[in-house]
Design a protein around this ligand. Sequence first.
Ligand code: SF4
Ligand code: SF4
Length: 366
Amino acid sequence: MARMPLGFGLMRLPKTGDALDTEMIKKMVDRFIQSGFRYFDTAHPYHDGASEKVMREAIVERYPREDVWLTTKMPIWEIKEYADHEKYFQLALDRTGAGYFDSYLLHNLSEDRIENCEKCGSWEFLREMKAKGLIRHYGFSFHDKAERLDEILTKHPEAEFVQLQLNYLDWESDRIQSRRCYEVARKHQKPIIVMEPVKGGSLATLPEKIRAPLTAYAPHASAASWALRFVSSLDGVVLVLSGMSNMAQLEDNIRLMSDFHPLNAEEKALVEQVRVAIEHTPSIPCTRCEYCVSGCPEKIDIPSVLSALNTYQVFENVAGAKATYGWATRRNGKASACRACGACEAQCPQHLNIIELLKKAASVFE
Ligand code: SF4
Ligand code: SF4
């Protein structure tokens, strides 16, 4: 894949009430394309299917197909057998009207989904669609440990690119392993698409005391611009996806990427200073070991709920925290469903007061 510096992620689109604000999305699409960019990324679950549909209305029906680069993803968690691939692929074609996809991904390849894709023939399906001309390039998005990434890329050298969660906050994280995953992708010489460069918006809303060194160095640069420049400065990165929610974010991204300068040594040191400052900001010390999860009678995704609470408390990022909470409770119990049985607290090696924290999460997010 050739380098296309900025991609428009259609996952946090502007809304009016509960519906997508299609007219505003059209204006944002127009501005994006007029500025010389053309990569659009959606997926089956974004906005409960409305994102794939708005790709048709705002892009496919308004621009020559060959002028735009359209990407969507296979919801591999729904796949039980080979025929399921056809069902979801056809649904994406019907919703988007794209005719074919310039790139197509196995969405969120991680944990037991990796084996399930092998068992159900997901890779064979990608090859078949490419042979039919319905996919031009294929790869996968990934949320697991670096060694699993190494296994996948060794077994499937045909993957043409990888999409990784890279940002300066997760760079040294044991859980996300941004740096280590990046190094594995480089070892396999795969082009890298970056997702979550501003960590769900958190790095765009840094509290003033944390971002002070950045403000002192460049008073007019947004916090988000530092995060985007960090990932865009990495060798091998061919595209940075940004889930843009309003025109101001779009303009900021366009300004930055139209006149991009990689971080210099002094700027890299400032970003590292901020990363360390965030790391040392008091937060709920949940390690995501998940010992608490299996015994919960309400199937509450406790670590993800606590992560949402951290996003809210540390970054004061209300929208990002609510989005994380929404994902955490889509199929699992809400924080308010907690019946205070204490089973989780008995398992928690960090001795967290989970029941109280869930009460707080319920009051903030529900
Ligand atoms: S105390 Fe609440 S969160 Fe913990 S196991 Fe019981 S129901 Fe689940
Ligand atoms: S057991 Fe404790 S530290 Fe582990 S995931 Fe649950 S809340 Fe977090």
